[in-house]
Design a protein around this ligand. Structure first.
Ligand code: PEP
Length: 258
């Protein structure tokens, strides 16, 4: 069984002090949970402070973006070496907010993934359809296009996929567990057909995940975890999501022992 993976995406929230305060409260809340992989992706400015505190824990540190060149005259951009030196082991690429507000195309996303992987960073690749696309029954067509473009010439090692329907992000409208699983199933089939090692890759759901809906979403066979925005900003709510995600493993273990 794939280990559940819960990732916090803080977006443009939290100063250095707020980051330290969050992490210092969060660590004791999840210290006994070993059956869930946890990652926090704060803003760039908080990475180093977060890394100093997380160093003695199993909680991973991720960035929310990266540039596809390794160094040079690219004012305002961040390279893989900078992320590694700040303590990151992972980077979120292709979030719908980057696609929408910063014109990131699948081609750019593909270049970013290649640079990140070349430098040993793990990647959470975000894909998902808009409300209009869902209403026009184009969900699978959109996912196919994003997977084809973003993963061109890329092997699946070190990659996690986050299915994030754009209409569910920050709106309070969660996809039903059946809608999430249907999209995840499509993604899994696409990967099995087109790439090696698809069974090991984790597919996270993202879009208004809260402590109250985590267990139901995670009960679906193809939902391996969650990428959490709003509900990851408070230590107790994020810790509860992590705990609830572990229930998937506990239920599975109980089943195996009968
Ligand atoms: C996200 O930012 O990836 C996200 C899913 O946000 P929220 O949980 O707030 O919908």
């Amino acid at each position: 069984m794939r280990k559940p993976f819960i990732s916090a995406n803080w977006k443009m929230n939290k100063t250095v002090d707020e980051t330290e305060e969050f992490i210092n409260s969060f660590i004791p809340m999840v210290k006994d949970i070993t059956d869930v992989e946890v990652l926090i992706a704060p803003p760039f400015t908080s990475l180093q402070a977060a890394s100093r505190i997380l160093k003695t824990t199993n909680i991973k540190l991720g960035a929310q973006n990266i540039f596809y060149e390794e160094k040079g005259a690219f004012t305002g951009e961040i390279s893989p070496a900078m992320l590694l030196s700040a303590g990151c082991s992972c980077v979120i690429i292709g979030h719908s907010e980057r696609r929408q507000y910063f014109m990131e195309t699948d081609e750019i996303v593909n270049k970013k993934i290649k640079t990140a992987r070349k430098n040993g960073l793990e990647v959470i690749l975000c894909i998902g359809e808009s409300l209009k696309e869902r209403e026009e029954n184009k969900t699978f067509e959109v996912l196919n296009g994003q997977l084809t473009g973003s993963l061109k010439d890329i092997s699946l090692e070190g990659i996690t996929i986050a299915y994030e329907p754009v209409w569910a992000i920050g709106t309070g409208k969660t996809a039903t567990k059946e809608q999430a699983n249907e999209a995840h199933e499509y993604i899994r089939k696409w990967l099995v057909k087109n790439k090696e090692g698809a069974d090991k890759l984790r597919i996270l759901y993202g879009g208004s995940v809260t402590p109250d809906n985590t267990e139901a979403l995670m009960s679906e066979p193809e939902v391996d975890g969650a990428l959490v925005g709003g509900a990851s900003l408070k230590p107790d709510s994020f810790a509860q999501i992590v705990k609830n995600a572990g229930e998937k493993i506990r239920v599975n273990n109980r089943r195996m022992s009968v």
